[in-house]
Unconditional design. Structure first.
Length: 267
């Protein structure tokens, strides 16, 4: 009899943390609970909640479109690490794919559209078709999905580098550097958990995937305002975007956000 795709430990992926050590119903305790998943559910969306937008801006940000996918990604990740089920694995990976698709649809700069794409509506269709094809392909070899999703980060870093070349604002460059730092630490933790599990289990410290959740959320905390900043530059040229920190620049832990000022001046 074939195991159910909803069954515990039916996934093709099992992370380094030992299963069912601290709970009889939670496979990976630290990957399911604590700061790792709380950071995904709560920390990254904070960057959308502190945005000062003048009434004349016209609501261009469409922030609400990304809040639901981010929330679902956190919930599905929690379900996957709790059960290690095949369905949980696909939901975890596909929710990230769909979140990226939403972000690309609304915020990918029109200056980088393929030559055959003339409008944002056409780009929506291109993104939608690509997402459907990618979703179907995800069922072919699920173990490769996580690697493919991580590779998308290199395209995002490339786009950031292209935008930074056109911007002289030191605060923007500093925020981008902090974002890259958190991402580098996050991907190092992810690779370490995947490839060096034997080492971490030998020293009884198999928690690097849990660190991945925290560190990638910190990277998103800085990535999202940067995306908004560049989006304003393209889509709302009458405004001058400015990066700020809540509650204060002097605090060691801050939430970055974007304010809009008139009139617009070149970055």
């Amino acid at each position: 009899r074939m195991p159910s795709i909803f069954s515990y430990q039916s996934a093709e992926v099992d992370w380094c943390e030992s299963n069912f050590v601290r709970s009889a119903v939670i496979a990976e305790y630290y990957n399911t609970h604590g700061t790792s998943l709380l950071s995904v559910l709560l920390l990254a969306p904070l960057s959308f909640l502190v945005l000062e937008e003048p009434p004349s801006a016209g609501g261009r940000m469409e922030l609400c479109h990304l809040k639901v996918p981010l929330l679902l990604a956190g919930l599905f990740s929690m379900y996957f690490h709790m059960t290690l089920s095949y369905v949980g694995q696909l939901l975890d990976e596909l929710s990230i794919l769909w979140t990226l698709a939403v972000a690309y649809s609304f915020w990918y700069p029109q200056a980088y559209f393929p030559k055959c794409i003339k409008t944002r509506r056409h780009f929506f269709w291109l993104t939608g078709i690509t997402t459907v094809i990618s979703t179907l392909m995800s069922f072919v070899k699920p173990t490769l999905n996580a690697y493919a999703l991580n590779c998308i980060a290199f395209h995002l870093l490339y786009l950031t580098w292209k935008e930074l070349k056109k911007c002289n604002d030191k605060r923007v460059h500093r925020m981008a550097a902090v974002m890259v730092m958190w991402w580098a630490l996050a991907i190092t933790s992810w690779i370490s958990d995947r490839w060096l599990c034997w080492l971490w289990q030998a020293i009884n410290f198999p928690y690097f995937h849990s660190f991945w959740h925290v560190l990638i959320a910190l990277s998103l905390l800085y990535c999202c305002p940067l995306v908004i900043y560049f989006d304003v530059s393209y889509e709302m040229p009458s405004f001058k975007p400015k990066l700020e920190y809540w509650p204060s620049d002097s605090w060691p832990v801050v939430v970055p956000y974007v304010t809009l000022e008139e009139p617009h001046k070149q970055c």
